[in-house]
Ligand binder design. Structure first.
Ligand code: MG
Length: 161
């Protein structure tokens, strides 16, 4: 029953705070602000995990790794990706392609965009030319535009292994 492609979407918002470490799509940024979160707050990887888990018909990231569990405090989100991919593999599924948008005023993504793309490709076991990520600002509108938060949206296409 897994022979047809499956699409999934994940959306994740994190508040931004001065002095927080900033890791986005698994890539460390030297930035004045970083996402607040129980884990490392990597909104891109959280949205990516929810996209692949959703497409596979599996429970979402919050159910797998509760923010009430102290074991997940400060945890590198790359570990969530490894577990999501393990569960995908159990279902005989793999990621065929992924596209991500990160809306934020800061930091600027352009200098690290290719590194983020390569890291997503590595974590989700897809060729680099089947993964993309782009940055958008919030045009001064709402919490994102005021620099109070960032939002990642990721779509993922899955197919059989
Ligand atoms: Mg999150």
């Amino acid at each position: 029953m897994n022979d047809l492609p499956r699409i999934g979407i994940g959306i994740d918002v994190h508040r931004l705070q001065a002095g927080r470490p900033c890791v986005l799509a698994g890539v460390p940024f030297d930035a004045a602000v970083g996402p607040v979160g129980h884990s490392d707050g990597d909104a891109v990887l959280h949205a990516a995990c929810d996209a692949v888990l959703g497409a596979a018909g599996l429970d979402d990231l919050g159910s797998l790794f509760s923010d009430k569990n102290p074991a997940n405090a400060g945890r590198a989100s790359a570990e969530f990706c490894i577990e999501a991919m393990r569960r995908l593999g159990e279902r005989g599924l793999r990621v065929l392609s992924m596209d991500a948008v990160l809306e934020t005023e800061a930091p600027k993504l352009a200098p690290h965009r290719q590194a983020m793309r390569a890291k997503l490709a590595e974590l989700f076991a897809v060729p680099v030319d089947r993964v993309n990520i782009k940055g958008k600002t919030g045009e001064k509108v709402d919490a994102i535009g005021r620099g109070e938060a960032m939002r990642a949206t990721v779509v993922a296409l899955l197919g059989p292994v």
